[in-house]
Design a protein around this ligand. Structure first.
Ligand SMILES: Cc1cc2nc3c(=O)[nH]c(=O)nc-3n(C[C@H](O)[C@H](O)[C@H](O)COP(=O)(O)OP(=O)(O)OC[C@H]3O[C@@H](n4cnc5c(N)ncnc54)[C@H](O)[C@@H]3O)c2cc1C
Length: 160
C-alpha cells in the first residue's frame, strides 16, 4: 500500500515509496526525460532491490542502485523514525546499501536522477555485425541475437 513517487527535476532526486515497482518509477521519471538505476525486470519491487544492491540496465555507466541512493527514511525496531543520508546518520546509509531489511523498515527512498540517455539507435549495425560474424563461423557453431526494448506504458502513450 505504500506507493507514491515524487520527481523533482530541479532538486534532482526522485523520492519513492517502498511498494513501488521499477515500472512505477520509470513511468514517472521518463515523463521528465530522466531515469534512475533500477533492476532489469520492471515488475520487481524497488525496496528489496535497493536494499540488496540493485543490478540494472544502467549499471555499467552509473553503478548499482545503491550507488545512486541518496537517503532513506527508516523506522527502527525500537520505533524510532530516522533519516539516513550523507549528512545525517551516514553509517546507517552505508548499512542499508546492501544490508537488506536488517536495520529497519524503509518508508522512503531518495535516488539520484540521471538523464534518460536513449543513445543513438545502433541496432541495425549490431545485427549486421552479428550476421557477418555468424556466417564466418564453422557450421557446427551458431549464435543468436536478442533485441529487447524497455519502454514504460506512459512513454508509449505519449508517443502514440
Ligand atoms: C523476476 C525477477 C527479476 C529480478 N531481476 C533483478 C534485477 O534485474 N536486478 C536485481 O538487482 N535484482 C533482481 N531481482 C531480485 C530482486 O531485486 C529481489 O527479489 C528484491 O528483493 C525484490 O524487491 P521487493 O521489494 O519485492 O522485495 P521483497 O521480496 O518484498 O523483500 C526482500 C527482502 O527485503 C526486505 N524488505 C522489503 N521491503 C523492505 C522495506 N521497505 N524496508 C526494509 N526491508 C524491506 C524484506 O523483508 C526481505 O527480506 C529479480 C527478482 C525477480 C523475482
Amino acid at each position: 500500500m505504500m506507493k507514491g513517487i515524487r520527481v523533482d527535476p530541479a532538486a534532482a532526486p526522485p523520492g519513492r515509496r517502498p511498494a513501488c515497482s521499477g515500472a512505477d518509477l520509470d513511468r514517472e521519471t521518463q515523463l521528465y526525460g530522466l531515469a534512475t538505476v533500477r533492476g532489469i525486470v520492471t515488475h520487481t519491487g524497488i525496496a528489496g532491490l535497493t536494499l540488496g544492491g540493485g543490478i540494472g540496465w544502467l549499471i555499467r555507466k552509473h553503478g548499482a542502485t545503491v550507488d545512486n541512493l541518496r537517503s532513506v527514511d527508516l523506522v527502527t525496531a525500537e520505533g524510532e523514525v530516522l533519516t539516513a543520508s550523507e549528512d545525517e546518520n551516514p553509517d546507517l546509509l552505508w548499512g542499508v546499501r546492501g544490508g537488506g531489511g536488517n536495520f529497519g523498515i524503509v518508508t522512503s527512498f531518495e535516488y539520484r536522477l540521471l538523464p534518460s540517455d536513449r543513445g543513438r539507435p545502433r541496432g541495425r549495425a549490431a545485427v549486421a555485425w552479428a550476421r557477418d560474424f555468424f556466417s564466418a563461423m564453422q557450421p557446427h557453431a551458431g549464435g543468436r541475437v536478442y533485441v529487447t526494448r524497455t519502454i514504460s506504458r506512459a512513454s508509449k502513450r505519449s508517443r502514440s
